[in-house]
Write a protein that binds this ligand. Structure first.
Ligand code: GDP
Length: 432
């Protein structure tokens, strides 16, 4: 049985949550492989809205094992809050498993994140200031605190002392922040440790066994391709690797175990934070797309920048993720536009045109979109029950995308609700 990766094909917020949620119903194990509480999935189920930050949305189905993999960073207080929130609403969390190797976001990470963004001023990256970047940085610097560390009070205190010897210098000297006290923090962490202990597991082994037993495993990335630390629009990227290849390192399985990679893209594009954005809409259409699409961050409430669909960037996503199929979400948001520009190529500073994403940052910074304008369908999609029932021009829009990218569009989103997804075949086989 297959292991499927779901990955954001743009700058995140593509509506992955809903697609993951749909596929989770047909999976046995659902894993998050990277990112932290900066990722937020909003799932609307029977009129109830669930906002999940750490926990895979598979938790909403009884009996699905939900894994937070080693590649994730966890804010323990936030995770406990999320667990409590689900339990209070009658959603059991007993099938949640947290990798003991996942790193923890500590109070110093949050303090340093906020202070560095302030210091960067105009050059700031636009982080969510939740300490995620500093936690990943400490992981690479080998002074991070892992989930398994907090389970042992002695190790915890040793690690805190080592980390704080350095971090307090940074806090005081660079950021004018009072030093943090290891003992007090360790006491606080022990409370979280007691709550999280039952969920901690060797999740690499768990997922491998599940695959060997023929169970269906879904690997869910947070953020999106263009925010990838290595392949995205650096430095305006996240501090981990959302692309599909990272699913294997983030969970601890080999690349040969992945069978299918489903990309999720909006029918247009949004971007949060700073950085170049060739198809960003100028004029009143910007606010229209933003308001109709409710483009405000799940976690931060920040307004998202909106742009027309960018096929150059999507072609890049097909390449770096090895997408085997694509879900196009939020097609309904475009229903009231008479004309729909779609970016088919970039014009570079030297006057040349390319349909491949530029390898050099300066080319991307100065790229001008070359649009092909497609006619809008100007009718609501509320009543549409199947892909072949879409208005002709909506169908042409989707077909144009699929042909340009040479990838099957197997799902189309027509509204926020869970059932507002049109599929080309049974959901269970849709990601193939
Ligand atoms: P994610 O992190 O990629 O899941 O994205 P977000 O959760 O930040 O944003 C997805 C938002 O779009 C949620 O509020 C969804 O309910 C909504 N959404 C998802 N699919 C569709 C769709 O096809 N149409 C509309 N109008 N909204 C959608």
């Amino acid at each position: 049985m297959p292991a499927t990766v779901i990955v954001g094909a743009q700058w995140g917020d593509e509506g992955k949550g809903k697609i993951v949620d749909l596929l989770a119903e047909h999976s046995d194990v659902v894993c998050r492989y990277q990112g932290g509480p900066n990722a937020g999935h909003t799932i609307v189920r029977d009129g109830e809205t669930f906002k999940l930050h750490h926990i895979p949305s598979g938790i909403l189905y009884p009996g699905r094992i939900c894994v937070v993999g080693a590649g994730c960073v966890i804010d323990p207080g936030q995770l406990v809050k999320e667990i409590d929130g689900l339990e209070e609403r009658g959603i059991p969390t007993g099938d949640l498993r947290i990798s003991g190797n996942a790193h923890l976001i500590m109070p110093w990470h949050v303090a340093i994140d906020a202070a560095s963004e302030r210091r960067l001023g105009k050059l700031q990256i636009g982080t969510t200031r939740r300490g995620i970047g500093p936690a990943y940085a400490d992981k690479a610097a080998r002074i991070g605190i892992r989930v398994q560390d907090i389970l042992d009070p002695k190790i915890l205190r040793q690690k805190f002392e080592t980390a704080l010897a350095e971090k307090n210098l940074e806090l005081e000297r660079l950021h004018d922040h009072p030093p943090l006290e290891a003992e007090e923090l360790a006491d606080r962490m022990e409370e979280y440790a007691d709550r999280l202990r039952p969920y901690v597991d060797d999740t690499s082994l768990l997922v491998d066994r599940a695959l060997r037993d023929g169970r269906r495993v879904l690997l869910e990335g947070a953020q999106g391709t263009l925010l990838d630390l290595d392949h995205g629009t650096y430095p305006f990227v996240t501090s981990s690797n959302p692309i599909a290849g990272a699913a294997t390192t983030g969970v601890g399985i080999g690349p040969t175990r992945i069978d299918r990679v489903l990309g999720v893209a909006k029918a247009y594009v949004t971007r949060v934070g700073e950085g170049p954005f060739p198809t960003e809409i100028a004029g009143p259409d910007h606010a229209r797309v933003r308001d109709i699409g409710a483009e405000f961050g799940t976690t931060t409430g920040r307004e998202r920048r909106c742009g027309w669909l960018d096929l150059v960037a999507l072609r890049f996503a097909v390449r770096v993720n090895g997408l085997t199929s694509l879900a196009v979400t939020k097609l309904d948001v475009l229903s009231s536009f008479a004309e729909l520009p779609v970016c088919v190529a970039y014009r570079l500073p030297d006057g040349s045109e390319t349909d491949e994403f530029p390898g050099h940052q300066s080319d991307f910074h100065h790229a001008r979109p070359v649009y092909r304008t497609l006619p809008g369908w100007l009718e609501p999609l509320d009543e549409v029950a199947g892909l072949d029932e879409l208005p002709e021009r909506a169908r042409s829009y989707v077909a144009f995308v699929s042909e340009a990218l040479d990838v099957e569009v197997c799902m189309v989103g027509t509204g926020p609700d869970r059932d507002r997804v049109l599929t080309s075949r049974a959901i269970a086989s849709v990601a193939g």
